[in-house]
Write a protein that binds this ligand. Structure first.
Ligand code: GDP
Ligand code: MG
Length: 182
């Protein structure tokens, strides 16, 4: 697979989108983080939980795989109030990496629902946090209602190799989908 592909990295606030894009990007990642203010308290659930920045627009990074496939990565805000913008961002995207956190699997439902609504092929990556419960893959599949052929991988968004492996799982799935439909 050569060429360029627009890929979304989706998931709820705090799941690791900015971290993953920053970890893998070979260009200085563009990250439009803004300090949360008291104004955000009403709508940002973890404004008081020690997290002091949140993505208000998007993250952008670039990763070349195997020398000839360039992934343009767009991190899309996970909060409910950004869903309309999220739909615009999906235009022209080949697929998405949906990040989930086992401490709150349900927080990823919105993003997964939207990927399905948009018919955007995706892979799921469990970003492993030390305090998060460890579940069997089958239990995660059941909880997220994943189709049997949806790739499910685990990653550590702070680790480059592991994050690239998750993106490669997505690319493998995209190739599979493209082959099936041709
Ligand atoms: N332990 C651990 N912490 C992570 C991991 N990924 C992200 N974090 C931390 O979780 C917080 C939220 O990550 P961030 O990338 O900003 O999430 P975003 O809101 O999805 O962009 C940050 O403080 C990260 O340092 C991970 O894989 N493991
Ligand atoms: Mg972010």
């Amino acid at each position: 697979m050569a060429g360029a592909a627009k890929i979304l990295v989706v998931g709820p606030l705090g799941v690791g989108k900015t971290t993953l894009i920053g970890t893998v990007s070979e260009i200085e990642p563009l990250s439009t983080e803004a300090s949360m203010t008291r104004a955000g308290v009403r709508v940002d659930p973890d404004v008081d939980s020690g997290k002091r920045t949140t993505t208000v627009a998007l993250d952008f990074g670039r990763l070349t795989i195997d020398g000839d496939l360039v992934l343009y990565l767009f991190g899309t805000p996970g909060q409910q109030r950004f869903l309309p913008a999220w739909r615009d961002l999906a235009k022209g995207a080949l697929g998405a990496l949906a990040l989930v956190d086992t401490r709150d699997l349900a927080a990823s439902f919105d993003a997964l629902d939207n990927l399905e609504d948009l018919d955007l092929p995706f892979a799921v990556a469990v970003n492993v946090f030390p305090s998060g419960p460890r579940y069997d893959a089958d239990d995660i599949r059941a909880a997220l209602d994943l189709l049997p052929d949806t790739e499910l991988v685990t990653c550590d968004a702070r680790d480059r190799t592991s994050s690239i492996r998750a993106l490669i799982a997505l690319v493998r799935h995209l190739i599979h989908v493209a082959t099936e439909s041709s």
